[in-house]
Each structure stands twice: as structure tokens, then as C-alpha cells.
Design a protein around this ligand. Structure first.
Ligand code: C5J
Length: 231
């Protein structure tokens, strides 16, 4: 096998260069309670169709990452059943009758193992992919993600998932502080509030990419034409 070489893709605010052998895809919180009708997200009055509409793009992104044998990481915002990893300040915020750990329409809200906490079926993790349960908004806080990436010498992260301005952005900021170069796939992330998504994309890539880069999936999949030559 020929040694992979850094590849460059069209992105904002500048081209994003990645080493395919050191890149991981991180799919944030594509869980039933946030995305499916009849879940916790909808019970709060959110229009979950805004999140559901990115599912085909995330399916295509996952297929790309699997095709190129990237490490795939899935996260779930989740807490232990006894709430020992949920600070009272987090639990007490939000709708008074729909707090973390309360009975929700798909089981206890944001509790590990409950039906609503599962990743939606079209994006179900495959054997060998990492599933990170995270008690915070960020994927690195109080998880083993940093160690798992370091063990595999990962340097570049490609992000997707929900919600853009909360768990996705927090995770990208954590990644930035830890020295990763991160690319957010614009059409593979969503928010219940489209203006928040747009503002986040602009924030991430502002000031020369203060948090990272953004690009549509089509920019990444153009690599299909190049990567096979290196395998
Ligand atoms: C995520 C949230 N995943 N909105 N959670 O963004 O609280």
C-alpha cells in the first residue's frame, strides 16, 4: 500500500488539509430523543424535521468515512441512571416537567440505555466504531475520547451532528483547545434554530478559522477521486 499523503479540500475560510490516515469522523448526538417525532425534543415544542432533514447527508458522510477506513466516533448526550454524573445546575435548568432523568415520551430523558437515548437506526454504529457517552455538551469533557484519539494518532476531526450551536460547537471548541484541526460539514449539522446554525458556521470559520473550517459534504466526497490512488 502506498503511503497516504495529505489531501486538501475546498473549505471556508481556506482550504482544509487532512491526512486521511490520521482523520476521524465525529458524529455528535444523533439520538432518537432529539431527532424523531414523538421524542423529548419535539415534546419541548421544537420542529424536529429541521434535524431529521440532515439524516441522508450524515448517512452519506458515514459511508464515505467507512469506505476510507477512517475511525468513526458516535457520541450520545447521556447520564447514568442515578444521575451521579449530572450536576444539579444542569438538571434544574430547562422545562420544569421535562428534566434530565424524568419520564419522557421515549423513556427517562437523556439516561443511558433508555430507548430515546439510542442513536437513530439509519446511523447505527457498526462494530469497531467508538460510541462515547458524554455527560456534558462537549465530547471531550469527562469522556475517554481524548485518549482514544491519541492512541490512534488522530490529528484531524471531521464533525457532523446536532445541535450545531450546542454540542457540535462545544465539541469543536474543545477539540481546538486540544490541538486538533476540525472541519464541520455544513449540510450534515442542524439546529432547531436555523439562525443559530448559520451564526455558528460563521463563528467557527471567522478570524481565519478561529475554531476550525466548514465545507459542504460535496467538497469532501470529491476526495473519492483522489484517495483510492493512495490505498
Ligand atoms: C445537543 C443539546 N446535542 N441541544 N444537546 O446539542 O442540549
Amino acid at each position: 500500500m502506498t503511503q497516504p499523503t495529505p489531501l486538501t479540500i475546498d473549505a471556508q475560510p481556506a482550504p482544509f488539509t487532512l491526512d486521511p490516515a490520521k482523520t476521524a469522523l465525529v458524529v455528535i448526538d444523533m439520538q432518537r430523543d432529539f431527532i424523531e417525532p414523538g421524542g423529548f425534543g419535539e415534546s419541548l415544542g421544537n420542529d424536529v424535521s429541521l434535524l431529521a432533514e440532515i439524516v441522508p447527508t450524515v448517512v452519506a458522510l458515514l459511508a464515505f468515512a467507512r469506505r476510507h477506513q477512517w475511525l468513526v466516533v458516535h457520541t450520545r448526550e447521556s447520564h447514568a441512571a442515578d444521575l451521579s454524573d449530572c450536576p444539579p445546575a444542569k438538571r434544574l435548568r430547562g422545562a420544569p416537567n421535562a428534566r434530565i432523568g424524568d419520564a419522557g415520551p421515549m423513556g427517562r430523558i437523556l439516561i443511558r440505555g433508555e430507548p430515546g437515548n439510542a442513536i437513530i437506526e439509519p446511523l447505527a454504529p457498526l462494530a469497531g466504531e467508538l460510541v462515547i457517552d458524554k455527560p456534558g455538551k462537549g465530547a471531550f469533557y469527562a469522556t475517554r475520547l481524548g485518549e482514544e484519539l491519541a492512541m490512534r494518532s488522530v490529528t484531524h476531526l471531521v464533525f457532523a451532528g446536532v445541535t450545531t450551536e450546542v454540542c457540535v460547537q462545544t465539541s469543536m471548541r474543545e477539540a481546538n483547545d486540544r490541538g486538533y484541526d476540525s472541519l464541520l460539514i455544513e449540510d450534515a449539522t442542524a439546529s432547531y434554530f436555523p439562525a443559530f446554525k448559520q451564526a455558528t458556521l460563521e463563528m467557527v470559520r471567522s478570524q481565519g478559522g478561529i475554531v476550525g473550517w466548514t465545507a459542504p459534504l460535496s467538497s469532501l466526497t470529491k476526495l473519492d477521486e483522489t484517495i483510492p490512488a493512495w490505498r
